[in-house]
Write a protein that binds this ligand. Structure first.
Ligand code: C2E
Ligand code: MG
Ligand code: MG
Ligand code: MG
Length: 279
């Protein structure tokens, strides 16, 4: 009967909820344990200036080197880290590690004036004092603020316009740079670009993938580059894998490239080797 079906559904729902909560508790335990055991590692992916063909920056990308499962990618654990708010201590760890590494690269003349780009989660912006965290890590690492770039998503800005305006203005006062990650893929309106002190747009990989075969992706990418130029800010293309894509971006006057065509994200030692062997 309908009544029984409803009852079964309730049981199913309750069971599902219980297992979800259980899973959440397990994930929380696993992530905090991994943090204590130093299982998280920061990898670095180079960003290349197209005109000068120089490595000018690196994006810090988090990896979980799990004791039994091996390397776990951020798309697997970041959502859980966000849900449990453990992204706050994790993000603090990334900022500390990445700014310290860039300071070392600068001091050892491996990457003079190199910039380190760090992804910041909406949870960090909404539920922690990101200003204090950034300031603290710049103090610890002794990296000049102008060499730190913070990557944000459109979604955070759009969902918290007034709040994020204050946060981002304060961060900018420190002298750091702000970039919009995955530009064009979020729920957004272009009006925030005139209200916020943005320094760079990152063209999402999904727009680059089908270049030069997709005339739509060509149009979108070209338009984002033009938009950045008109606004007087920088533009970088993410996920560049093929020479045809690089050639197109060069022709369109895109400023920078990040992608496997140069390198995947690398461990510290390998990133240093990459710098030493580059051109
Ligand atoms: P994202 O910030 O957009 O980072 C770019 C992603 O594209 C990285 O994936 C990078 O490895 C990948 N990628 C770059 N070039 C290529 C390419 O040529 N081909 C392909 N197939 N992939 C390429 P990754 O490292 O798996 O990170 C995924 C996402 O996880 C990041 O996307 C970012 O949203 C998030 N994430 C990573 N590290 C952190 C972190 O420390 N904090 C936070 N909050 N999020 C992070
Ligand atoms: Mg990013
Ligand atoms: Mg991106
Ligand atoms: Mg992304």
């Amino acid at each position: 009967s309908a009544k029984n079906a409803g009852k079964n559904q309730y049981h199913f729902y309750k069971k599902k909820m219980t297992s979800e909560i259980f899973e959440k508790i397990l994930m929380k335990q696993q992530i905090s344990e991994a943090l204590r055991n130093n299982e998280f590692e920061v990898y670095y992916q180079p960003q290349i200036d197209i005109k000068t063909n120089k490595i000018i920056a690196a994006e810090a990308l988090l990896r979980w080197n799990h004791k039994s499962l091996g390397i776990i990618s951020p798309s697997e654990f970041i959502p859980h880290a966000e849900e449990t708010k453990l992204i706050i201590p994790l993000g603090d760890f990334v900022l500390k590690t990445a700014t310290t590494f860039m300071k070392k690269l600068q001091e050892e003349n491996l990457l003079i004036d190199g910039i380190i780009a760090v992804n910041i989660s909406t949870i960090q912006l909404k539920h922690s004092d990101i200003f204090k965290t950034v300031l603290n890590n710049l103090e610890i690492s002794q990296l000049d603020a102008k060499f730190l770039e913070v990557e944000l998503t459109e979604t955070f800005i759009m969902e918290n316009v007034e709040e994020s305006k204050k946060i981002l203005k304060n961060l900018k006062k420190l002298g750091i740079k702000l970039s919009i990650d995955d530009f064009g893929t979020g729920y957004s309106s272009l009006s925030y670009l005139k209200q916020f002190p943005i320094d760079k747009l990152k063209i999402d990989k999904s727009f680059i993938d089908e270049i030069p075969n997709s005339s739509k992706d060509i149009a979108i990418t070209r338009t984002i580059i033009t938009l950045a130029k008109q606004l007087g800010i920088k533009v970088i293309a993410e996920g560049v894998e093929k020479i045809e894509q690089k050639d197109f971006l060069e022709l369109e006057n895109c400023d920078e490239i990040q992608g496997w065509i140069y390198s995947k994200a690398l461990k510290e030692e390998e990133f240093i080797k990459f710098i030493q062997n580059f051109k």
